[in-house]
Design a protein around this ligand. Structure first.
Ligand code: HEC
Ligand code: HEC
Length: 361
């Protein structure tokens, strides 16, 4: 009797233990499933501003997709720490130069306090964060490469002249005196931020990204759709941007139209505009968290370039036609390609023909 009861008891205990084990196992599996669902990235279908990188995007491998998870390389150029600007006369000039780059419109715009000689845009509208941002059209390699032979000007050009060219083209205005206090201050700032770069040094992440060429022309019609969806809310239906409440400077700078940069500006060239937009727009996008595919960046750039803007007479630029950049949209050219192809591409055949023709281009 005793033995039998004990046996029954043991079986009962064993059954209980088994049941608990099964329950626990099921609970553990449920927990793991919940954890996987919570932690798995890439669940947001919409790519909004500042969205997380999209995992599993097949375009990541070729770095061509929007939201691709790229990392800024460790050897990328960084501007020196601003806190180390010296507390002396030179330091004053550097700080003043930075201020002029950030708020150019306040000093030189249509209501400028120093002179009224520009369209009201700031240098910083295109040279982001005072020209220090990774692939945000930064000034990292500028000062070390000047004075340099300018194909556009057809002569050896000092840094101060290159600086005022942006007043005449990007700010569609007049050049300030290169020996005046303001240009000297901008120069002091440029020297400061580029002080750790040596002549001839290869600077990682300077200026804008050179996107891979499309094998067809960029498409302004497709670009219009992107503009309306992702740019118009800030830059306006007519590309006119939006002034700040004080009407002295822009909250959102104009991307075309009478108050924007002229067609002699570097930003009017498709490779510069597409590379800039890819890594910096819509505002909030970064190299590590892009919002547009390469193709979208090329197309929206093509749309912007198909719209009207101030014209600059450039017939004295690029006197040696063979030095014209492949995306310089005004003939005559030394090659047989049309103005249209030089404006919108495809650029591959032009590059290949120049390589054959000029060897070192
Ligand atoms: C509309 C956009 C835009 C604005 C505004 C602008 N720039 Fe630029 N800037 C560019 C682009 C794009 C380039 C590259 C041009 C090229 O490849 O020809 C450039 C090139 C330069 C360079 C040469 C950099 C190098 O490494 O060779 C300097 C210097 C410069 N800009 C200074 C200025 C200053 C100073 C201002 C304000 C007075 C200014 N820029 C305003 C777009 C702009
Ligand atoms: C949330 C607002 C916003 C959106 C959306 C936006 N931008 Fe911008 N954009 C800015 C601001 C602000 C600047 C100036 C940045 C600065 O001064 O630091 C700028 C600057 C620019 C510039 C250089 C300056 C100029 O006026 O030409 C270009 C080109 C540009 N944006 C193109 C685009 C394109 C193309 C898109 C859409 C893909 C876009 N932006 C979407 C806010 C925006």
């Amino acid at each position: 009797m005793e033995d039998q009861n004990q046996e029954k008891e043991t079986i009962r205990v064993l059954v209980k233990i088994t049941r608990y084990t099964v329950y626990m196992a099921m609970l553990a599996v449920a927990c793991i499933i919940i954890l996987i669902v919570i932690l798995l990235p890439g669940q947001q279908p919409a790519k909004t501003i500042m969205a997380n990188p999209t995992a599993g995007d097949p375009a990541i491998k070729e770095n061509a997709g929007a939201g691709s998870a790229r990392r800024i390389p460790a050897d990328a150029w960084k501007a020196p720490d601003e806190n180390l600007i010296p507390n002396n006369k030179e330091g004053e000039a550097i700080k003043y130069g930075k201020e002029l780059i950030a708020h150019t419109g306040l000093y030189f715009g249509p209501r400028g306090t120093i002179a009224q000689i520009t369209n009201g845009m700031n240098c910083q509208n295109c040279h982001l964060e005072g020209g220090t941002r990774y692939l945000g059209n930064n000034y990292g390699s500028f000062i070390a490469s000047y004075p340099k032979m300018s194909g556009r000007a057809g002569k050896i050009e000092p840094a101060s002249e290159r600086i005022v060219e942006c007043f005449e083209r990007s700010l569609a205005g007049k050049a300030p005196d290169t020996t005046g206090k303001e240009v000297k201050a901008i120069l002091a700032y440029m020297k400061w931020i580029g002080k750790d770069v040596k002549k001839g040094q290869k600077v990682v992440g300077s200026a804008t990204e050179k996107l891979a060429f499309l094998d067809h022309a960029a498409d302004p019609v497709a670009g219009k759709g992107i503009y309306m969806a992702k740019c118009e809310s800030c830059h306006g239906a007519d590309g006119e941007g939006q002034l700040n409440a004080d009407k002295k400077s822009y909250q959102y700078p104009p991307v075309w139209g009478k108050n924007s940069y002229n067609d002699g500006a570097g930003m009017y060239r498709l490779t510069n505009l597409a590379g800039f937009v890819k890594n910096n727009m819509p505002f909030g996008a970064t190299y590590e968290n892009t919002q547009l595919t390469d193709e979208e960046a090329w197309n929206v750039a093509a749309f912007i370039d198909s719209q009207p803007r101030p014209h600059k007479d450039q017939h004295l630029d690029w006197k040696d036609f063979s030095k014209k950049p492949i995306d310089f949209p005004f003939g005559p050219y030394a090659d047989g390609f049309s103005e249209k192809q030089h404006k919108y591409g495809p650029f591959g055949p032009i590059r290949a023909s120049h390589k054959k023709r000029y060897k070192n281009s």
